[in-house]
Design a protein around this ligand. Structure first.
Ligand SMILES: N[C@@H](CCC(=O)N[C@@H](CS)C(=O)NCC(=O)O)C(=O)O
Length: 214
């Protein structure tokens, strides 16, 4: 099994976490986001990471990959069992992958990644706009969805990783929220980050961050 992509991407992290939860071994092929290599575009025509190979199967998109892993290797489930909970899990995964990534990941991109790519200074006005116009709604919604204890649907699953991911990336760029205002979110995120399948992934990310940004 091969995962193409780099750690620090919330989408790659989701696939790696699902592999870890399921006890699946994989090789990580370090492909940068936006690769234009013709071989890579065969697997991931949009040039995005992650892409994935298992035997003859070659697919891209983290949600598609995680669904495949759930169907092919059902031993440890990362989706809940009832159709209603599955639908809710998929929705929260989508919300994390779309709205939360769009709202929180820019803190990391603007403040860290941009400089590394030689794309100039952070656009703090963009971040202020996000903080004022988008973040409050997102925080209120996440606070309304996460449980007081445990994970969204019993054991940790794909939706938990997808919801926590953008907060992790935002945090790499200095995004913080007041735990007194969003106490459920704060303790929930700590539980996801401290899950034994997630801890080694975040430790590997810290190594990469140290190499990239000192
Ligand atoms: N829906 C895709 C999104 C993947 C995605 O946007 N990945 C980013 C890296 S975090 C990327 O490869 N961006 C490069 C590009 O858009 O060209 C998924 O879930 O895998």
């Amino acid at each position: 099994m091969k995962v193409h992509g780099v750690v620090l991407s919330p989408f790659v992290r989701k696939v790696l976490a699902v592999c870890s939860l399921k006890g699946l071994e994989y090789e990580l092929d370090p492909v940068m986001p936006g690769s234009t290599s013709p071989e890579y575009l065969q697997i991931s025509p949009l040039g995005k990471v992650p892409a994935f190979e298992d035997g003859d199967l070659r697919i891209s998109d983290s949600s598609v990959i995680c669904e495949y892993l759930e169907e092919k290797y059902p031993g440890v489930a990362v989706l809940p069992s009832s159709p209603e909970d599955r639908a809710r899990s998929r929705w929260l995964e989508e919300y994390g992958d779309s709205k939360l990534v769009e709202t929180l990941s820019p803190f990391f991109f603007e403040r860290k990644v941009k400089k590394l790519l030689g794309q100039g200074e952070p656009d703090e006005a963009r971040l202020q706009r996000l903080a004022e116009e988008e973040v409050p709604q997102c925080m209120a919604y996440v606070e309304s969805q996460v449980p007081d204890s445990g994970f969204l649907f019993g054991d940790i699953g794909t939706a938990d990783i997808a919801l926590a991911g953008p907060f992790i990336n935002g945090g790499y760029g200095g995004y913080e929220f007041d735990p007194a205002v969003y106490p459920k979110t704060a303790t929930y995120l700590d539980r996801v980050k401290n899950h034994p399948a997630v801890v080694p992934l975040l430790a590997a990310e810290q190594n990469v961050l140290a190499k990239m940004f000192g």
